[in-house]
Design a binder for this molecule. Structure first.
Ligand code: CA
Length: 498
């Protein structure tokens, strides 16, 4: 493979051109669902060790300020594919169907010689387009024995889905792709999205560990507008029996069921026998420990599988020529503010993990603190490949940042817009973020919040309309107006959705 790909470069040199042809690296995008940066040890998590994800950080770059444009699963994916905001790519909510006829980065990569594949979670309802090969979960998929759609046909698998997605990804890398072409593989996990069913090998692995509670587990939202209090994502009130694994979601084989149920049933029975006599505080704590352990074990399986992929890249000699990217579609509340789920523009569900390894190009252990976004991913991948972006794309290539170049003119603010409304009680909102401040507008109620992230990093008390913040508030409102114009936000998005 190396021969075939370096040959044009040699020919150019022989024929007297001083300029070497750009080499097209392979692009391996490992993407998960709902994996919050504060559940990754490279981001300083106190909840879990993720040695394989940390390896990408140690050998590459950690983006500390990467943010999603719309903190919800399908819209985040559509933004990554199209490089356009939700209100332009059409995927504003999880309920929309992705328009697969639009320009996406995989289609443009194919035009410059890449072989493209998508394996795992897709979640965009329409069939994938722009891929030489795809095999995707139906909808959200299940943690065990997933049904998948392979190039239009249904395939059934037996096993743990996080392992299976990696098996299929490795199979494509080893046996199925064209070794003479550079590749772009999207290996995308359901994990650690709900409902959180750990692998059989991990059952009980955290039983002896008391997971630290977030400081805000019993937070009362008193420093925010009315919107936050109307949430339906409470650890106490809204997790419900299925998310707490008091009922199971997957279809197990008899052998799997014996082990899975053998673990949970006695523990569930012991809990149910005392549930009615527990205080709200005791119940909150029990819910948190039960749920967070399962969430973290689902993330642990992801980390192990990332390790398998990295090992294969080493063994095969592909590592040197492959850019490895790890990210997840948004962050997640891990009991913070008493919540699970995402959607809000508050930091913990707004920020995304982004780790990138590119041997010889990225300084190992480097960290970037520029304001970056999933809006930038498409143009970054195209830039890596030496392909031109589509003129309608709205992001910026991160390649100069990866190469450690000082970007004096880098953006100073980000625009956010959550369109779905209703889901888990989160009102639709838009906002602007700078390195230090954040302005949020819940436009259906005309409620505003302003945070000073330096003084109040946990965003506990809005300072909107406080006299000492008058100047900043004015500046942030003008910046919000400017971004609306820059991104051409249509006025129709502020009207009630059908
Ligand atoms: Ca998600």
């Amino acid at each position: 493979m190396k021969m075939a790909r370096t040959l044009p470069c040699l020919l150019l040199l022989v024929s007297g051109f001083a300029q070497a042809a750009p080499k097209q690296p392979n692009i391996l995008f490992i993407f998960t669902d709902d994996h919050a940066p504060h559940a990754i040890s490279a981001y300083g998590s106190e909840l879990i060790q993720t040695p394989n994800l940390d390896r990408i950080a140690k050998e590459g770059m950690t983006f500390e300020r990467c943010y999603v444009t719309n903190s919800i699963c399908a819209p985040s994916r559509a933004v990554i594919l199209s490089g356009r905001h939700s209100f332009h790519n059409g995927q504003m909510t999880n309920g929309d169907v992705f328009d697969g006829s639009q320009v996406t980065f995989p289609k443009l990569l194919r035009k410059v010689g890449y072989e493209t594949a998508l394996i795992g979670k897709w979640h965009l309802k329409s069939d994938p387009t722009g891929f030489d090969r795809y095999e995707v979960l139906y909808g959200q998929g299940s943690y065990y024995n997933p049904r998948m759609k392979r190039d239009g046909k249904e395939v059934k698998h037996v096993g743990y889905t996080t392992d299976i997605i990696t098996d299929l990804s490795l199979q494509w890398l080893k046996e199925e792709r064209d070794p003479d072409k550079p590749f772009m593989l999207m290996s995308q996990h359901k994990a650690p999205h709900g409902r959180w069913e750990p692998a059989l090998r991990h059952l009980g692995a955290l039983d002896e560990v008391e997971i630290p509670e977030p400081e805000t587990l019993f937070h009362d939202h008193s420093g925010k507008t009315s919107s936050a209090s109307q949430h339906k994502m409470g650890i106490l009130e809204h997790l419900g029996d299925k998310r707490l694994m008091l009922q199971y979601s997957s279809q197990f084989t008899p052998e799997q069921f014996k082990v899975f149920d053998g673990y949970f049933r006695p523990r569930n029975e012991a809990f149910l026998a005392k549930r009615d006599s527990m205080s709200k505080e005791e119940l909150t704590r029990w819910h948190y420990q039960r749920w967070i352990r399962n969430y973290l074990l689902c993330a642990k399986a992801v980390d192990e599988n990332v390790g398998r992929i990295l090992e294969y890249l080493d063994e095969s000699g592909l590592a040197e020529d492959t850019v490895v990217i790890y990210s997840s579609d948004q962050g997640f509340y891990l009991g913070d503010y008493g919540w699970f789920d995402k959607r809000w523009m508050y930091e913990l569900s707004y920020r995304m993990p982004l780790l990138v390894r590119w041997p010889g190009q990225i300084e190992p252990k480097s960290k970037n603190r520029d304001l970056t976004s999933n809006l930038d991913f498409a143009q970054t991948f195209l830039d890596l490949a030496g392909a031109q972006p589509d003129p309608k794309m709205q992001g910026v290539s991160l390649v100069p940042l990866l190469k450690g170049r000082d970007q004096k003119n880098w953006r100073q603010s980000l625009y956010y817009h959550y369109h779905e409304g209703g889901g888990h009680g989160v009102a639709r909102h838009e906002g602007v973020k700078t390195a230090r401040h954040k302005l949020i507008r819940f436009y259906e109620k005309d409620e505003w919040e302003l945070y000073d992230l330096k003084e109040d990093p946990k965003e506990l008390k809005s300072v909107y309309d406080q006299p000492e913040y008058a100047k900043i508030q004015g500046r942030m409102r003008r910046e919000l107006d400017r971004l609306r114009k820059e991104y051409e936000v249509p006025t129709s998005v502020y009207q009630a959705l059908k």
